[in-house]
Design a binder for this molecule. Structure first.
Ligand SMILES: Cc1cc2nc3c(=O)[nH]c(=O)nc-3n(C[C@H](O)[C@H](O)[C@H](O)COP(=O)(O)OP(=O)(O)OC[C@H]3O[C@@H](n4cnc5c(N)ncnc54)[C@H](O)[C@@H]3O)c2cc1C
Length: 382
């Protein structure tokens, strides 16, 4: 593992930090409260202009062609500013990666430039179903070839940016007789295709600025050439691409945790009780020391996994370890940040209340902590 960042990685980290401070943080509370899409879409547009929507995509498709390490650093800095915007950015990057890694040249040329430029506000990842969450191979959505089109039927739930994504990668069963997980394929689906509809917007605990929708596919007509990758090869692809996505979620969680602890640390220096700043109390000092130590460990795990990916080495176990540890450490950090602020931590007048809600889902989506442990154990016991 190499610890030095390149000049480019440092530049991207700084750019993301500045953007989070100037553009995201001032509007994050309002976005959470009002769910005003114009705020989110404005943030996404500016991020696309700065190259953040295709950080690891090749320049010929409009991408920034930078490293996974830079992607991780960027998601952490953006995560300090606004989780709703950051998760949308992270998922959009993941969708671009799926298309770049298995798409043919025509598919890449059609779908990647608008994802990178912001012509598409976001990309959508359509895997989860009501009865298939941690076990996506149990999905029921089907795709049947009918002449020069596929007909997709089923419902996806919890799809980030369902309301406004310009393109979705959608998984469906193409061979019902195949052993579990072997008969699933992926399709490029545009919201304008006949038979595609967006369902309800999930009312959530946090990340209110980012819509999470149901997708309804009723005889949805998808051109034959929009099959992505190999027929019946989709499930393996989902697993491998999710490993990269997990680095995005873990990195964002780290940013949320750091944002909460940075606020709490400064607060502890100002807040006076019993005639002294609460930062003088050992109980508060230990919370600060423990949480920053864990967040630093999380950062190293994330960078190690990102570095392995950049080297073209196997990184799935390390990505799961990094996601597991970073999201749980970030949850503990937000929990303690609320504690350090006392009653003010519980008040919506202070940002840690929102951060504590926003961070909660990071141990759930893109694979729960339990699923990460299963992946890690499977690799260790192999
Ligand atoms: C805000 C939000 C955004 C999302 N965005 C997307 C998106 O863009 N695209 C998408 O496809 N999905 C998305 N998801 C779905 C998300 O990935 C799933 O919610 C997640 O994978 C868990 O699935 P589930 O909710 O069905 O929980 P379940 O799978 O029902 O799990 C319930 C509990 O059982 C545990 N469990 C399950 N199986 C096992 C096991 N074998 N061993 C031990 N414990 C187990 C889980 O860890 C969990 O604690 C999103 C979810 C949320 C909340």
């Amino acid at each position: 593992m190499q610890f030095d960042l390149t000049d480019e990685e440092r530049m991207i980290q700084e750019m993301a930090a500045k953007f989070a401070l100037r553009e995201l943080r001032p509007k994050a509370a309002e976005l959470d409260r009002t769910k005003d899409r114009t705020i989110l879409l404005g943030n996404l547009k500016k991020l696309a202009e700065l190259g953040f929507m295709g950080l690891n995509l090749r320049a010929e498709y409009g991408g920034a062609e930078t490293t996974t390490v830079a992607f991780s650093l960027a998601m952490t800095e953006l995560g300090k500013g606004c989780a709703s915007t950051t998760v949308t950015t992270s998922v959009t990057n993941m969708v671009g990666q799926v298309i770049q890694s298995v798409g043919n040249e025509a598919q890449r040329r059609q779908y990647l430039p608008p994802l990178c430029s912001g012509a598409y506000a976001a990309g959508g990842f359509g895997l989860t179903e009501a009865t298939a969450g941690s076990d996506p191979a149990g999905m029921r959505t089907t795709a049947r070839l009918d002449g020069d089109h596929w007909r997709l039927n089923g419902r996806k739930i919890f799809i980030s940016s369902g309301e406004f994504a310009g393109v979705f990668v959608v998984w469906a069963v193409t061979d019902k007789e195949a052993p579990k997980g072997r008969g699933i394929s992926v399709f490029l689906v545009e919201p304008g295709f006949p038979g595609f509809a967006v369902g309800k917007n999930e009312p959530k605990m946090g990340q209110h600025g980012s819509p999470t929708n149901e997708l309804i596919l009723e005889d949805c007509r998808v051109p034959k050439e929009n099959l992505l990758g190999e027929l019946n090869g989709g499930f393996r692809l989902a697993l491998s691409e999710l490993a990269g996505g997990r680095l995005g979620i873990g990195s964002m969680a780290l940013g949320i945790g750091l944002g909460a602890m940075d606020y709490a640390k400064n607060y502890a220096k100002e807040r006076v009780q019993f005639g002294q700043a609460i930062a003088q109390f050992q109980a508060i000092q230990w919370m600060i020391a423990n949480r920053y130590t864990e967040l630093e460990a999380a950062r190293l795990l994330l960078l190690q996994a990102a570095h392995l990916k950049d080297q073209g080495k196997s990184f799935s176990k390390e990505a799961s370890m990094a996601k597991l540890y970073a999201t749980e450490a970030a949850n503990r950090a937000c929990y303690d940040a609320v504690q350090i602020l006392g009653g003010y931590g519980y008040s919506q007048e202070y940002p840690v209340e929102r951060l504590a809600r926003d961070v909660r889902v990071t141990t759930i989506y893109e694979g729960t902590s339990e699923i990460q442990r299963m992946i890690i154990a499977r690799e260790l016991l192999r």
